[in-house]
Design a protein around this ligand. Structure first.
Ligand SMILES: *[C@@H]1O[C@H](CO)[C@@H](O)[C@H](O)[C@H]1NC(C)=O
Ligand SMILES: *[C@@H]1O[C@H](CO)[C@@H](O)[C@H](O)[C@H]1NC(C)=O
Length: 168
């Protein structure tokens, strides 16, 4: 096979892999979205952010902050998190930005250990679930339509690559 043919084949397998349901490469979640990791405008800011996210195993949390200004400590329990207590830290990160890969299901508790930052709301509790969200079972929902659409677009791309493959 020619090099171009091999290239096209590689591309085709990549497209096919992306079509396989459940093949999630791991989503990057930028903690706090546009605000990054900082003293928030109010105490519920990171809670509100977390509530909008579906976080599963293999995903990564990106904490964007300047070293020395903020840091991240992880604690094992809700009680320690609620109390902003650093008595039992399981991990500490201080060189921003920090990317944390989530390899276990369950609740994770992070807060900033600088000054009173945790007390004023620079804290994140996030629930890591085992799998990506299942496809919605109502065929008429907008989400299902979007999923169908993106599958169709992927299929079209696969056909294009297949055509290219045959042409070489
Ligand atoms: C907290 O701040 C965010 C961003 O400014 C805002 O969207 C949200 O409504 C605020 N929440 C409360 C409870 O004030
Ligand atoms: C701290 O961690 C140790 C070991 O994991 C545990 O036995 C202890 O109960 C923890 N203390 C608190 C206050 O969570």
């Amino acid at each position: 096979m020619s090099r171009r043919g091999q290239h096209a084949l590689l591309l085709l397998s990549a497209v096919v892999a992306s079509l396989v349901p459940g093949s999630t490469a791991g989503v990057y979640h930028i903690v706090g979205a546009g605000k990054g990791w900082r003293v928030p405008p109010n105490k519920t800011y990171y809670d509100d952010w977390a509530r909008t996210r579906h976080v599963s195993i293999g995903d990564k949390l990106m904490f964007l902050y300047r070293s020395g200004v903020h840091n991240i400590v992880e604690v094992p329990t809700r009680a320690l998190f609620d109390a902003c207590s650093m008595r039992n830290i399981t991990s500490r990160y201080q060189n921003g930005p920090t990317i944390i890969e989530l390899t276990q299901p369950g609740q994770r508790f992070y807060f900033c250990g600088v000054g009173e930052h945790c007390e004023v709301g620079q804290k994140l509790a996030i629930n890591v679930v085992l799998v990506a969200p299942p496809p919605p079972d109502t065929p008429n929902s907008a989400a299902a339509a979007t999923a169908r659409l993106s599958r169709r677009a992927g299929l079209a791309a696969a056909c294009l690559v297949a055509a290219l493959l045959m042409a070489v």
